[in-house]
Design a protein around this ligand. Structure first.
Ligand SMILES: *Cc1c(COP(=O)(O)O)cnc(C)c1O
Length: 376
């Protein structure tokens, strides 16, 4: 039996081994393991790639979100609106900061935050909106920016799953995700579209004052050494990870194209299966398929499909099985089951298939043949 991996970091490494080994060995030789030259070099390379003024690297994507909220001087009691259908990190940092998370439903087609729902959730206490570019495609940024402007709100883009994707505005202007709001955040978790070989994250902004506050917040609240102007945290990308990411950044577009190619194969293969809805590509964003997530008809036994695929060596995880408002840690008198119909429907009916940068056509054929066999 074949064993298909969800991501294939081993083959990816083999293909760029020489460059990666050389960059790691440079760091081992100069021993500046923290704040080595590779860190600022990677920051400026990523800024150039994204066409953003400032990139501040940090320890991981969760810290990046927390640092964004610290830099915006959000205070306990301030409300922050975010999507209910997302990885927990987004809402976790809102809670940790003593802010009030306000959850809203998502669009059934794109799984990203629903603008009408955001509109309804805005109160005088609202200070920020955190759209999540889920699974590799953009939240409706133009509408969100409009709302934010109208109500004087900050926008923090969670770009952990969509680094390298672009948003096209109505006037044709194109911007990379993460550079559109006041602050963008991302993660370099190994399986993300741009992943390192450990933990890592980054924050983006075009606002120089915010950039200074972000740097200081990530560095114990310091701007001048041993002068602490505010309470900060310690959150750094180490030099070895920066050296690895400098190499991998050169391949990011190619990696995203490989994911798109796999997604196209899936789409064509499943076109005739009426129980499956393949991902819809939002017209303003080029989907870069961090995940390839299907929505199954309600009458499909998802668990049966999942275990059938598992027996064939095909992992098919559920991103995400439980909406945030039904998670133990985030239960709240404001919310009950049934309040977020789209999110709840998705949590019950989505299933994801392997997608990564090294997928071979024979693997795609194997996977799609098995899925088709299940439905025939
Ligand atoms: C991965 C992820 C994060 C957190 O990133 P870490 O580096 O694991 O802390 C945050 N938000 C979203 C949407 C993610 O997918």
């Amino acid at each position: 039996m074949r064993m298909i991996p969800m991501v294939d970091l081993k083959s990816q490494y083999e293909n760029i081994k020489q460059e990666i080994d050389k960059s790691i060995s440079n760091v081992l030789n100069h021993t500046q393991f923290i704040n080595g030259a590779e860190v600022s070099q990677f920051q400026s390379e990523l800024s150039d790639y994204l066409k953003v003024k400032h990139t501040i690297t940090c320890g991981n994507g969760t810290d990046a979100l927390q640092l964004a909220m610290m830099a915006l001087n959000l205070k306990p009691g301030d409300e922050v609106i975010t999507a209910n259908f997302t990885f927990v990190a987004t809402v976790e940092v809102i809670g940790l900061m003593g802010l009030t998370p306000v959850l809203v439903d998502v669009s059934p087609d794109t799984f990203t935050i629903d603008t009408e729902a955001v509109k309804k959730a805005i109160t005088p206490k609202t200070k920020a909106i955190v759209p999540v570019h889920l699974f590799g495609q953009a939240a409706p940024m133009e509408d969100i920016l409009e709302l934010a402007k109208e109500h004087n709100l900050y926008v923090i883009e969670d770009t952990a799953q969509a680094l390298g994707a672009e948003y096209t505005f109505k006037d044709g202007t194109r911007k990379k995700l993460g550079t559109i709001g006041d602050i963008g955040t991302t993660s370099f978790f190994p399986s993300k579209n741009l992943g390192c070989y450990g933990d890592g994250g980054a924050i983006f902004t075009n606002n120089t004052e915010l950039a200074e506050r972000l740097k200081s917040a990530a560095n114990h609240g310091m701007t001048i050494r041993y002068h602490h102007d505010r309470v900060g945290i310690n959150s750094r990308l180490d030099t070895i990870q920066a050296a690895i990411l400098s190499v991998k950044l050169k391949y990011l577009d190619q990696y995203n194209q490989a994911r798109q190619k796999a997604a196209l194969y899936y789409r064509e293969a499943f076109a005739d299966i009426k129980e499956i809805t393949t991902p819809k590509e939002y017209e303003n964003s080029n989907h870069i398929y961090h995940q390839y997530t299907l929505v199954l008809d309600e009458n499909v036994n998802r668990e049966a499909l999942q275990s059938y695929l598992k027996e064939q060596g095909i992992p098919a995880p559920i991103y995400y099985p439980i909406p945030l408002h039904l998670q133990k840690a985030y239960q709240d008198a404001r919310y009950k089951e049934g309040d977020f119909p789209v999110t709840e429907h998705l949590c019950k009916n989505v299933i994801s298939l392997p997608i990564h940068t090294e997928m071979k056509e024979e693997d795609l054929k194997y996977i799609t043949d098995k899925v088709k066999a299940f439905f025939n």
